[in-house]
Write a protein that binds this ligand. Structure first.
Ligand code: GLN
Length: 245
């Protein structure tokens, strides 16, 4: 049990059933686990589709989903405007794949036509020439963050506006479709990394938790996680898995 005066982080899991096709609900478990390792208390609020988004979260988490679920999710989330206002007030957002795309200006619906996104970050998504399915490895562009690993499964190509930084440079796989992967704008982090992404990249979980509490967390390595990361990175990058590219 966390002590009464431990720092608390409120994590809001948005539509985990609707945006949960790829196991991304595991990101919330990874956050809770990492929070506990750092002596933080994670309070988790799950929001089912159709329910209002609470305004008081420290960190909002969105997962991936198929095109029609994604369009429904964008419509539902925009209904009360609470996610956009929480983010504008400094709350952190982790958005994976469909969740990432729907934070932007538009993304393709199930017929390929542009559906209106939430307009929370300056990104636009259209279609890749071919669906990206497979392992994704990328060199983080955030200083101090280790190499990123995950898998991707998406048809969207995401284009970043001038104010948005890519999260990483692709080493293997497709990511945004132009050699970059994911996006960071303030405390909003979008990525194509499934896995779940935070289970495979605990440093990303620590980055998000650090944003919530306003200080950087000390790195804590777990040997079994490091072994998984090495195995996955070795599979796609070979012997050079940990050498600067
Ligand atoms: N429907 C989106 C696409 O195919 C997102 C897919 C996903 O979330 N994995 O690009």
């Amino acid at each position: 049990m966390p002590s009464a005066n431990s720092e608390q982080v409120t994590i809001v899991s948005i539509y985990p059933a609707l945006l949960g096709t790829y196991g991304d609900a595991g990101n919330v478990l990874a956050l809770r686990h990492r929070a506990a390792l750092h002596g933080l208390e994670a309070r988790i609020i799950e929001v089912a589709a159709g329910e209002p988004i609470p305004a008081q979260g420290d960190l909002y988490v969105l997962g991936g989903g198929e095109d029609s679920a994604q369009t429904a999710a964008a419509r539902g989330i925009s209904a009360d405007g609470n996610l956009a206002s929480a983010a504008a007030g400094g709350a952190a957002v982790l958005a994976i794949c469909a969740g990432y795309q729907l934070l932007g200006e538009y993304f393709p619906d199930a017929t390929g036509q542009p559906a209106t996104g939430l307009g929370m970050i300056d990104i636009r998504t259209d279609r890749l020439p071919r669906r990206a399915v497979g392992e994704l490895a990328a060199e983080s562009l955030i200083p101090g963050l280790p190499r990123l690993t995950g898998y991707e499964n998406h048809g969207g190509a995401t284009h970043l506006g001038a104010e948005v930084q890519p999260l990483a440079r692709v080493l293997a796989g497709v990511g945004n479709g132009d050699g970059t992967e994911g996006a960071v704008a303030g405390h909003i982090l979008g990525t194509y990394l499934h896995g779940p992404g935070l289970a495979r990249n605990p440093a990303l979980a620590d980055l998000l938790l650090g944003w919530c509490i306003g200080r950087e967390l000390e790195p804590i390595e777990e040997p079994d996680v490091e072994a998984l990361r090495e195995e996955r990175l070795r599979t796609v990058l070979g012997e050079a898995w940990n050498r600067p590219a």
